[in-house]
Design a protein around this ligand. Sequence first.
Ligand code: AMP
Length: 454
Amino acid sequence: MPFSHLGLSEKVLSAVAAAGYTVPTPIQDQAIPHVLARRDVLGIAQTGTGKTAAFVLPMLTVLEQGRARARMPRTLILEPTRELAAQVEESFVKYGAKHKLNVALLIGGVSFDDQDAKLTRGVDVLIATPGRLLDHFERGRLLLSGVELLVIDESDRMLDMGFIPDIERICKLVPFTRQTLFFTATMPPEIRRITEQFLHNPVKVEVARPATTVAAITQQLVRSSGDPSEKREVLRRLIRAPEGVKNAIIFCNRKTEVARVHNSLRRHGFSVAALHGDLDQSARMHALDQFRRGEVALLVASDVAARGLDIPDVSHIFNFDVPHHPDDYVHRIGRTGRAGRSGTATTIVAPSDLRSVAAIESLIGQTIQWIADPAAGESPPDAQLPAAKSRPPRRDARRPRQPAPRQQAPRPPAKHARAEPASRPVTQAAIPAERNDRPDHLPAFLFRPVRVKV
Ligand code: AMP
């Protein structure tokens, strides 16, 4: 069905045309008419499916009628992370340029007073993370009794992050008669319980997981020992591979590992930023902007921080750690191969990760190919790691296996490694060319040349 048949207003249709969208995505096609009919919607969809526009576009249409009152937002959108909240705000700016609506963002790491001033002026759309929303509510600066429409986005991630009690509380603070749009990628029992408790006769809309449909992503595994410093070496070799890593997101399982990998890559001269939950809001937004604008080529991230981020045109994903949950793998690799482009997702696998790899292969229904470590003299590790090959996948592989790339001799750094100065000071010139291969845990000064007076 074309956009013009979904019931959206003229203003919204012109914003859609200006964004260059010609055909609604399946989630938009199926959800928008129900949102406009003021039904509750249970959307089972992941990011990358166009689900943000599936609620933003009909909300804009509905909000064309009526006005906001001070401290009483008309609509409320709950997001698990600050970045996702900011991304939804951007969607309102993009599609709602002609609407003159007041949109406020209540997220941590930003001054309470500025947020409070916005609430006082009256808000049509309030986008919030649960904790900050409740902080404002408890200070008596916010009334939720005027909310006509509530969106709970990325609900399974809210569950992972321990936000479900907050969500339950917020659902009881908004009027019983509001409309609720509930989005989740998976339906664990706890999420099912919430939907049964807080949705009224919802329309269920389900779209395919992007990873099962994105054939444009080449997935591969590369062997490493479990030693973090060896894993970082493998990572550097992968980044420098001659196929050309235009830009990449590197995923780690823990925040501390994100910081370590980020520091290590920076020390080795790569252009890199980091994104994890311990950074303050402005640092996170800055890192993301730098990466989006191409000012840095590599972004090291944790799952939570990177969840759902819309960064078009990422050529490579590297899983520095194999994710513990197979769903996270699907989310991670979905950051590449977007909008019909091709992408490569490479996972570094230590022997202790084989069980997690098996779970991933079982979930995605295909065997992921092993490739050789780009280091000279390495052979594909099938022989060393037979367990990963011997286990049959749940379904047949959908794509033919690709030959492993030929082994490579050591090579100069990739184009996005920071340029070395043309003439180095004497002390630096004496540092061996392989200084980039010094072990990460040893400080640089240990490798500086020493002049001895005889
Ligand atoms: P989301 O799943 O909301 O993160 O959206 C993923 C990407 O799809 C975003 O970059 C949107 O701008 C884009 N998008 C959303 N709807 C459409 C559409 N109908 N046609 C093409 N691209 C779209």
